[in-house]
Design a protein around this ligand. Structure first.
Ligand code: G4P
Length: 288
């Protein structure tokens, strides 16, 4: 599968992270709740090893709640790690976030020892949306201040709670092929970097395995069982009138329909990976 990633774009982010990480108490990584492991950035893990970590499973409104619960348990089982699920509809995200960070760094807090928290995540995970919501009427300070690098944002969430947002782009690194497909399905990697049809066939295969009822209901299919991924795509195309001349299905159009539906949760709240599956995929990728 030809999904590209661009190390050059990450240099700025890497430098900013290196500078900031030394005096940080908690590192927040935002993940896509539908694909938490695939949407992680391995560089963040490497550079922040040993630091208390908060994983935010964002866009939980799109994900399967039962699977999100599995992921929360999986992260919470790691030493020094907390995890919360969020979405843009959350009325008071700062309360959840502050509480989780304070739990992770109980010895920090108060004006002489403000809690310093770094937030990072790959593009499209919803970081800007969350930061805008956190900022509210508070002033986000950027650059030209002692201890704040150019382009860096510092948001005071409480008098003794500083949230740093570093500049630069942190791209995912695709080490596990299934993770690449999941990132592509979510829209986190650009259109040019992927073969849309291939991504949709992988997506349909997964959905048929775990969410057959939702697929059947969404596309008014008689059956999903026993259909190969391509047959399924054709059946969806036919039901949706995505046709070419001569009774042939317009496969590209059908693929676009499925992708658009998935991204808007029109098929339903679905997740594309579970912790036990991820373990298997990761192991297989390492062996290959
Ligand atoms: P980023 O800074 O991490 O790159 O992500 P950003 O906040 O720009 O969000 C990326 C897309 O995800 C946006 O949609 C945004 O509205 C959507 N989004 C963010 N948080 C949530 C969430 O919790 N739930 C859902 N369902 N969507 C979320 P977009 O289509 O790119 O733009 P628009 O729809 O806002 O115009």
């Amino acid at each position: 599968m030809a999904i590209q990633w661009f190390p050059g774009h990450m240099n700025k982010a890497r430098k900013a992270l290196e500078e900031r990480v030394a005096d940080i108490d908690v590192v927040i990584e935002m993940l896509d709740a539908r694909l938490p492991a695939s949407s992680a950035n391995p560089m963040i893990a490497r550079m922040t090893r040993g630091r208390p970590a908060l994983k935010i499973l964002n866009k939980q409104d799109l994900a399967d709640p039962a699977v999100t619960a599995l992921w929360l348990d999986w992260y919470r089982a790691r030493p020094g790690t907390q995890a919360i699920a969020l979405d843009a509809g959350e009325k008071a995200p700062s309360q959840k976030l502050i509480a989780a960070c304070r739990e992770l760094a109980p010895n920090r807090g108060g004006l002489d020892k403000p809690l310093r928290v770094l937030i990072c995540g790959i593009p499209n995970v919803g970081k800007s949306t969350l930061i805008n919501s956190l900022t509210g009427r508070r002033i986000a300070r950027t650059g030209n201040e002692p201890g704040i690098t150019k382009g860096e944002q510092r948001i005071l969430l409480a008098d003794d709670f500083e949230l740093f947002d570093t500049p630069g782009m942190l791209w995912p690194k695709i080490e596990v092929p299934e993770g690449g497909y999941n990132l592509a399905a979510s829209g986190a990697v650009g259109r040019n970097a992927l073969d849309e049809e291939e991504v949709v066939l992988e997506l349909l295969q997964y959905l048929a395995r775990h969410y057959a009822d939702l697929l059947r209901a969404r596309y008014r299919l008689d059956t999903v069982e026993g259909l190969q991924d391509f047959e399924l795509l054709e059946a969806i195309g036919r039901k949706r009138g995505a046709m070419l001349g001569g009774g042939r299905v317009n496969v590209q159009k059908a693929a676009e329909i499925v992708l658009t539906d998935f991204r808007a949760a029109a098929i339903g709240r679905v997740s594309l990976e579970r912790p036990d599956e991820w373990r298997v995929w990761e192991k297989r990728a390492k062996e290959e």
